[in-house]
Design a protein around this ligand. Structure first.
Ligand SMILES: OC[C@H]1O[C@](O)(CO)[C@@H](O)[C@@H]1O
Length: 516
């Protein structure tokens, strides 16, 4: 999930009493809306930027270029405009800035207030976009949505992990990614239908619809109580205990409450989590916090998420067929995420990563060959036969499924289970920030990359898929079924990382040696 399920793990494998109460259920629903709105914003911009009335109004140069295009012109450069991509990418830059500040805001003002601010920002952003008359209104709207996403991605996951009974945390983590993919799919479906509106104003509805989940988040944040951990963090221990009793539906919460207080104290005792993370024995976590989100974005998945309609139009599909095709790929993305949810604890993380990588690699090669053979370097396709369209869309779907059961959800699950409490929030901030930086970069440079690298663009991503699969094979230990509190053993037993991570007994010996 964006933001990961960062919470205070019990760290001792205890089974606290308590059930899945209505309060917890409502909390999860609000979290789902957080994921939905993120997904909706990921999925909506590509379709909107391929709608002619939208291009005509805000990007007349791109529209004119598209209209005046002769068959002999280079089709790969059809949508090459930095302002156009700024419309998509500005959101992620704002989300990056907000996620960096949101960690302090969540700490000082609580998760609930951060969620509420996120919801309000979403609403105002959706309003700016739906009523936009000028490009600056679009960009401001996208940036407000981005700030909202930064706030929500930081606060919602933490809130859920603190409120949910801890045995459900792993599943909830993946639910968030599922909500993202459903949000993308809903955006694809709505784009398809709104694009058909006769008055040419369908894009306003596509963009304005983001207000629906935003309202849900605002209402949720108004009525939900703050989490016990957050109340403890702000010195309201008695209120925290009462809240825990209500959430768990039992008054038998003494043990969990004591552990929450201890966890809060020990996390506050780490004065410089950033500096701590740089220590040699946290090297595996630091490397994973940077490499996993970097590689997740370098799979090239967001080229499909953001620009599938643009891509489909570039390779000769009509406007309607493009929106329909991206609806199909969006549907496969959501469905395949279920596969991961149901298999991850059986087959393990490494197998899913490696299988997904192989699948994506093969598809990228086939897609490259298909585009190269029909379009060559000048992007001139001639007449496209039907089988060709089926082949391209089919392989894009298989590629999307490979991502959806590997790097998509695991890109959030694995970091959330390997960061120990003392460095969790710092490592998670790095994870989210690296993800946002590369989401922004890909969104910004895609159309220009397509224009210059042509079909080679897919080879570029295929190369990274090879590198990341090698990385997983060599450096990522299997974490399936390993309790959080025993995670350090996994690194100590790893052929490469054991040099960096000392076992507790070795560390104790080293301390004795130093004191002698
Ligand atoms: O489902 C695809 C989506 O999932 C993410 O990787 C987030 O986890 C996004 O960057 C991408 O658009």
């Amino acid at each position: 999930m964006a933001g990961g399920l960062i919470g205070k793990e019990s760290g001792n494998g205890k089974q606290y009493p308590g059930k899945l109460t209505l309060r917890v259920f409502v909390t999860c629903m609000v979290a789902a809306f957080g994921g939905l709105i993120f997904g909706y914003d990921l999925g909506i911009s590509g379709g909107v930027t391929s709608m002619d009335p939208f291009l005509k109004k805000f990007f007349p140069d791109v529209y004119a270029k598209e209209m005046n295009m002769k068959p002999s012109d280079n089709q790969y450069c059809r949508f090459d405009s930095q302002v156009l991509t700024l419309f998509t990418s500005s959101l992620y830059l704002a989300a990056l800035v907000a996620s960096l500040c949101a960690s302090s805001i969540t700490r000082i003002f609580g998760r609930r207030l951060t969620m509420l601010s996120g919801g309000i920002l979403f609403l105002v952003g959706a309003g700016f976009n739906a009523f936009a008359e000028k490009v600056w209104m679009l960009i401001v709207g996208r940036m407000l949505l981005g700030f909202g996403i930064g706030c929500a991605n930081q606060s919602v996951p933490i809130y859920v992990s603190e409120v949910a009974p801890y045995k459900y945390r792993g599943a909830l983590n993946m639910m968030f990614q599922l909500a993202i993919t459903i949000g993308i799919f809903v955006a694809n479906v709505l784009n398809y239908f709104f694009a058909k509106m006769k008055n040419g104003e369908g894009w306003r509805y596509s963009l304005g619809f983001a207000a629906v989940p935003a309202v849900m988040i605002v209402i949720g944040a108004i009525f939900l109580p703050d989490s016990p951990s957050s109340l403890i963090e702000r010195g309201k221990d008695e209120k925290a205990k009462q809240e825990l009793i209500k959430i768990r539906g039992t008054s038998d919460v003494e043990e969990e409450f004591k552990d929450l207080v201890e966890a809060s104290e020990s996390s506050m005792a780490v004065k410089h989590p950033w500096a701590t993370l740089l220590k040699r024995h946290y090297r595996p976590q630091l490397v994973m916090a940077i490499a996993i989100p970097f590689f997740q974005q370098l799979t090239g998945m967001n080229v499909i998420t953001f620009y599938a309609p643009v891509l489909f139009r570039t390779i000769g599909f009509g406007s309607n067929a493009s929106l329909m095709s991206s609806m199909i790929t969006g549907g496969f993305n959501a469905l395949a995420t279920f596969v991961s949810i149901f298999t991850v604890d059986k087959v393990g993380r490494r197998k899913l990563f490696l299988e997904g990588g192989a699948q994506m690699f093969i598809c990228q090669i086939v897609i490259t060959a298909a585009i190269a053979s029909k379009f060559g370097v000048d992007g001139n396709p001639g007449i496209l036969p039907k089988w060709y369209a089926f082949l391209v869309v089919g392989f894009i779907c298989i590629y999307v499924m490979g991502f959806a059961w590997s790097w998509g959800p695991l890109g959030w699950l694995v970091p959330s289970e390997i960061f120990p409490l003392e460095v969790r929030s710092a490592a998670q901030s790095i994870n989210v920030s690296v993800n946002m930086i590369f989401t922004f970069a890909i969104a910004q440079v895609f159309t220009s990359m397509l224009c210059h690298m042509k079909f080679g663009l897919f080879i570029f991503f295929a190369f990274f898929v090879l590198v990341m699969s090698g990385f997983i094979h060599k450096f990522l230990p299997e974490t399936k079924g390993v309790p959080i509190e025993e995670m350090s053993v996994v690194w100590q037993n790893h052929s490469f990382w054991k040099k960096f991570v000392k076992s507790a007994s070795e560390e104790a010996n080293a301390k004795v040696d130093n004191s002698c």
